[in-house]
Design a binder for this molecule. Structure first.
Ligand code: ASP
Length: 586
């Protein structure tokens, strides 16, 4: 038997017992005639004591055990003289009677401790060593806990876990596909699924009624910080449901997970239309943990000599509570923030309310005190409040003010990661105009149904048609999104037509789904959650990479196994792929 207990288990109640522990040497401390080893495993750290009076042979053996050696130790649990209050096992130590080296270790490339000296790249290369650190390991264990919690909830609500294929057909909609060449069907390719979307709809047509899967999805997108080419979704679909049924079931899921993981009870989860979110937050995934909602000022300020306002499509501001003491320099920094090329605003206008409640602004020349008092009323601003105003083209101005709002929230520490403030965004537009390809693209995906009451304008004003689509937003992050689907062939064909598919293209790519709609398709809808992001947010983080056991780096590489990599000419030949200059020796 390698062990009777784990390294996180023993307490005063076990004093006097003979135990066997196995684990890694975390640290060794030697003094004249005695030594201590901190032994680590997944569960914790226990101190092994080679005390004074110990057999000298045993002592010298202990001193051969270096960091990260795997050892097995037998001894008696004793109460420590000097207790360690940080360690769970800090009241006891093991007085060792026998010791065995199970496996030696080279000196690790970085110290395996909470505060490591290892840089990101090095820790990725030796990910299996990084996983030995508690804070890294805890993230994976949290992931497991959430996955169990999700499964319990969904199973108890009648959802069946059903697998869908990974080798599927490539379709151009959405992101780029990862493709896999077929050897037996020479010159042909599978694609890895961007999501199981069409399969889960086919499961509904197959009568499976409530499906879920915690499933890997693959998207070959341009590299961005914190994007993984393979990521995990909690993918769900239900039959015979309306939007409200889905919102209720899945806010139940979030409630259940937050209760399991943080013992917190969520209050009512607000629902807000996409239009309202854009108007109030300039963003379809607003962080509602803090206020600073947008106040539109067009009707308050139009008609002055101030050309910036006169020429602007939208003039909009936020109130920063109690920040009228911001210095010129601080305001300059905020001005530069909105002038960065990414946001491209021409400037930032401010108004401060002083100690006596008198307003003062960067546009005093154009607006008298009475006008500014009207602004104060609109913003409900009082003593010491600061109002920041942007003006320009509507969408650009909203985006810039939204970024400024988030920047200020960060600066003012209003984003407590363990305060959970979800909301639903509903009534998304069905379509989005893509300026590059000069055509409509589906805002969610082409299987999303339009709102029946908007169908009458679908031909003359497709951009104004709203969809039965919804997102679940948590603390400024989209954690889930879905829709009620189209389940009629004709409507699906109409949708492909709007998206610029010819009849042949639509049939070629999605004929299987449209045919299935002709054999009794139940009304259905669903949602998918970004599992990695959900787990990261539950862990109080926004970086998903740490919550994945073996993630890719920012260049989509796995530096540990060195992938992607070239393959041999014989493998290429098998696949009938010819690459000039494939300098690989077979
Ligand atoms: N398949 C969709 C996605 O990956 C989610 C859904 O509509 O259920 O975004």
């Amino acid at each position: 038997m390698y062990r009777t207990h784990t390294c996180g288990e023993l307490r005063l109640s076990e004093v006097g017992q003979s135990v066997t522990l196995s684990g890694w040497v975390h640290k060794r401390r030697d003094f004249g005639g005695l030594s201590f080893i901190d032994l680590r495993d997944r569960y914790g750290i226990t101190q092994l004591a080679f005390n004074e009076g110990i057999d000298p042979e045993m002592l010298s053996k202990a001193r051969l055990q270096n960091r990260e050696f795997v050892i097995q130790a037998v001894g008696i649990v004793v109460e420590r003289e000097k207790k360690n209050t940080v360690l769970d096992t800090g009241e006891i130590e093991i007085s060792i009677t026998s010791l065995k080296t199970l496996s030696e270790s080279k000196i690790p490339p970085f110290t395996i401790e909470e505060n490591t000296d290892g840089g990101e790249e090095l820790r990725m290369k030796y990910r299996y060593l990084d996983l030995r650190r508690k804070r890294v390991r805890d993230k994976l264990l949290l992931r497991n806990k959430i996955s169990m919690s999700v499964r319990t909830y969904l199973n108890s609500n009648g959802f069946a876990d059903i697998e869908t294929p990974y080798l599927i057909k490539s379709t151009p909609e959405g992101a780029r596909d990862f493709v896999v060449p077929s050897r037996v069907n020479s010159g042909q390719f599978y694609a890895l699924p961007q999501s199981p979307q069409t399969f889960k709809q086919l499961l509904m047509i197959g009568g499976l009624d409530r499906y879920y899967q915690i499933v890997r999805c693959f998207r070959d997108e341009d590299l961005r910080a914190d994007r993984q080419p393979e990521f995990t979704q909690i993918d769900c679909e239900m039959s015979f449901v309306e939007q409200n049924d889905i919102l209720e079931i899945f806010e139940g899921l979030l409630r259940h997970v937050i209760r399991d993981v943080h013992s917190q009870e969520l209050g009512e989860i607000p629902r807000m239309t996409y239009d309202m979110a854009m108007k109030l937050y300039g963003n379809d995934k607003p962080d509602i943990r803090f206020d600073m909602t947008f106040i539109e000022m067009n009707s308050l300020v139009k008609g002055s000599n101030f050309t910036v306002f006169e020429n602007a499509e939208l003039i909009v501001g936020i109130k920063v509570k109690g920040c009228a003491n911001y210095s010129r320099k601080e305001l300059d920094i905020l001005t530069n923030f909105v002038k960065r090329p990414q946001l491209g605003m021409s400037g930032l206008i401010w108004m401060k309310v002083d100690d006596n409640g008198t307003p003062n602004s960067s546009v005093n020349k154009f607006f008298n005190e009475d006008s500014m008092k009207n602004w104060m009323t609109a913003f409900d601003a009082t003593k010491n409040d600061l109002i920041l105003i942007l003006a320009g083209e509507k969408n650009k101005t909203r985006k810039a003010l939204s970024d400024l709002r988030m920047h200020l929230a960060e600066k003012l520490k209003l984003r407590n990661p363990f305060e959970f403030a979800p909301l639903w965004i509903i009534d998304f537009p069905l379509l989005d105009w893509d300026d590059e390809s000069k055509r409509w693209v589906a805002m969610h995906h082409p299987f999303t149904s339009p709102k029946p009451q908007d169908l009458s304008i679908i031909n003359e004003d497709p951009g104004s048609v709203r969809a039965n689509a919804y997102d679940l937003v948590l603390n400024g992050n989209e954690i889930g999104g879905g829709s009620i689907r189209i389940h009629e062939r004709e409507m699906q064909a109409k949708m492909f037509d709007l998206l610029g598919f010819t009849k042949e293209e639509a049939n070629e790519q999605f004929g299987f789904l449209m045919s299935a709609f002709e054999f009794g398709a139940p009304p259905h809808g669903g949602i998918a959650f970004g599992f990695d992001r959900l787990v990261a947010l539950m862990g109080g983080d926004e970086v998903i990479r740490d919550y994945i056991a073996f993630p890719k780096n920012n260049s989509a590489r796995d530096v540990m196994i060195d992938a992607p990599s070239k393959i041999s000419n014989s493998q290429l030949n098998d696949l009938s792929i010819h690459i000039s200059n494939n300098d690989v020796t077979n």
